[in-house]
Ligand binder design. Sequence first.
Ligand SMILES: Nc1nc2c(ncn2[C@@H]2O[C@H](COP(=O)(O)OP(=O)(O)OP(=O)(O)O)[C@@H](O)[C@H]2O)c(=O)[nH]1
Ligand SMILES: [Mg+2]
Length: 371
Amino acid sequence: MATIQEQIEALQEEILRTQKNKATNAHIGKLKAKIAQLKLKQEKAAASAKSGGGDKGFEVKKSGDATVALVGFPSVGKSTLISKVTDAHSETGAYAFTTLTCIPGVMEHRGAKIQILDLPGLIKGAAEGKGRGKEILGVIRSADMVLFIVDPFQDAHFEVLHRELHNAGLRLNEERPPVFIKRTEKGGIDVRTTVEQTHLTPEEMSAIIRTFGYTSALVTLRHDTTAEQIVDALAMNRVYEKAVIAINKIDIATEDQIVHAEGALPQAWPIMRISAFKEIGLEELKDFIYDNLGFMRVYLKPQGGEADLEEPLIVKDDSTVETICTKLHRDFVRKFRYAKVLGPSAKFDWQRVGLDHLLKDGDLLTIVTKR
Ligand SMILES: Nc1nc2c(ncn2[C@@H]2O[C@H](COP(=O)(O)OP(=O)(O)OP(=O)(O)O)[C@@H](O)[C@H]2O)c(=O)[nH]1
Ligand SMILES: [Mg+2]
């Protein structure tokens, strides 16, 4: 019998062989759905194999206010960079695969502690486990942001890496598709949509959804949805993450070469130029990382005390009251009674809110706990 990997490859080949047009859309969708399921199976198998024989040493403890993973081909200068912008020292070398494990460093900038993870160079086939690919991908998935380091002389590299991460379920600078699928008791697959669907007919959608083992479900669509998006909504391993790019080694590239390299990158993504070795653009890079991570300041006022307007907490801009409680003290969530907010996220001054309240930059917060 064919292994899971062989089955996946056979399906991928079938997709490549199939002409892409309106008539084959649904068929391709079904093939993609099958691949997604096989990959989940493969992940589960890998996870249970791992718990038997330990392949540890790759796990990193998250620390700081946010985590950024450095991703690039071997020898693009990831270790040179982390050694310059953080407290970590990571061996650099003029040969590929100098770095063999995950090396964390901390960069302090504008009041935030940002953890940066130096990783071994990622190569084609990583999603199938080549070159410790699985471990590297695991670290990337758990980070808050990916910082691609690219070489101005290798303009095909970025696309290879991006596809590798895509194959591993990572969706970079993409919105989670607004597809809602709810299993129901009976009634078959009921597709409800608020806009015209041009990619798939309701029957084609149902066929894809059934391959995931659903017989009855309510499907709500608010966008013109592709087969890939349906599959993404059903596969449980998708991670939506922010990504930015730094073109390194600009000290040895001509303006023409840099412009050419930029042309091969997604135009809508944040991109900047640096030289890690010659320390060009590194202060700007720190701002660039900070700005793209999206931080905000939250001021604290202890109950019955004075507000601390000097030292705000620096937190990710999707933080809730619970995020702050967790950060302050382990017991705060357990002992939480309510919180009061003054500022941009409050509907009125000192609004009483719960743990799930979303905070905004500049909020003043009081947390009231049980004794
Ligand atoms: N000219 C120039 N050389 C650089 C720059 N950054 C890194 N290098 C050189 O490129 C080589 C590889 O650098 P590393 O930092 O080891 O690269 P890496 O991405 O960590 O490589 P792996 O660990 O093998 O994945 C070294 O010889 C560095 O000195 C740069 O900005 N300019
Ligand atoms: Mg390295």
